[in-house]
Design a protein around this ligand. Structure first.
Ligand code: NAP
Length: 252
């Protein structure tokens, strides 16, 4: 991808947390950005107003990225309003209440995997159709947000969530090689315990506070610290980096 090309990014799940922090950093760096959200239009609009203040083109689009038709519609809206994307941050994810595996239903497991895995595959597919030199694209970069849980397995809490992130690590490895000769880089960031509202969805709003002393750096991470790693992997500074994993987890 030429250094002079317009940089156009989609950050999925960016009405709050790591996604919102990534949108703001990318807008500050001159990217045109699409904010995506599932439910919270008010929060997405607040991120939109903050991102626009950096002077780039920004839009907010509601779409459930676990649903194929909505992903197709999301990319079409970006094509029309910003142009073909050059950067995808696959970030939207869900965490369901803490539970041992013996109590997990098929319905819950499938909803978790659709929300955290199918969504990433679908967005990668639509991004590749626009970025790949095999499809007359100019190349691009993809960053998948996985989790340190892919390494630990989250026993006693969320093995389903951890396994969904293991799948994202495998997706990153395979896809990075599959599209390496098509001018597309695919990398992954694995956050540790980050101070966002996701932990409340998992049933324990103060989880990071409870766990922090077991983290070598003795603290949870900030969403902005994950955004920095994402922005670096997307940037030209990482032009020879693909199939790589950055653990941003305070030493854990
Ligand atoms: P968060 O605060 O819970 O925010 C999740 C965001 O994703 C929200 O903007 C939500 O939008 C959106 N979203 C969820 N499902 C969606 C869907 N199907 N379609 C579109 N948007 C959807 O999460 P976070 O903590 O920032 O986490 C972001 C990513 O980092 C996730 O992939 C998560 O697994 C990963 N991660 C987080 C941590 C951590 O400690 N926080 C650690 C490791 C990895 P609405 O609010 O509009 O529904």
């Amino acid at each position: 991808m030429s250094k002079n090309m317009n940089k156009i990014a989609l950050v999925t799940g960016s009405s709050r947390g790591i996604g919102a922090a990534s949108v703001l950093l990318l807008a500050e760096q001159g990217y045109d950005v699409c904010i995506n959200y599932k439910n919270n239009a008010k929060a997405a609009n607040e991120v939109l107003q903050q991102a626009k203040a950096f002077g780039t083109q920004c839009i907010a689009v509601q779409a459930d990225v676990a649903k194929e038709a909505q992903v197709i519609g999301l990319f079409e809206k970006i094509d029309q309003q910003l142009g073909a994307i050059t950067a995808l941050v696959n970030n939207a994810g869900i965490l369901l209440p803490q539970s041992k595996l013996e109590n997990l239903s098929a319905e819950r497991i499938n909803s978790l995997l659709t929300g955290n895995v199918t969504s990433y595959f679908l967005c990668c597919r639509e991004a590749i159709k626009r970025m790949s030199t095999n499809h007359a694209g100019v190349g691009g970069t993809i960053v998948n947000v996985s989790s340190a849980a892919a390494r630990t397995g989250s026993p006693g809490e969320y093995i389903d969530y951890a396994a969904s992130k293991g799948a994202i690590d495998t997706l990153t490895k395979g896809l990075s090689v599959e599209v390496a000769a098509e001018e597309i880089r695919v990398n992954c960031v694995r956050p540790g315990f980050i101070k966002t509202q996701m932990h409340a969805d998992g049933g324990e709003p103060d989880r990071v506070e409870r766990i922090k002393n077991s983290i070598p750096m003795q603290r949870g991470g900030e969403a902005s610290e994950i955004a920095s790693a994402i922005a670096w992997l997307l940037s030209e500074d990482a032009s020879y980096v693909t199939g790589t994993f950055i653990d941003v987890a305070g030493g854990r």
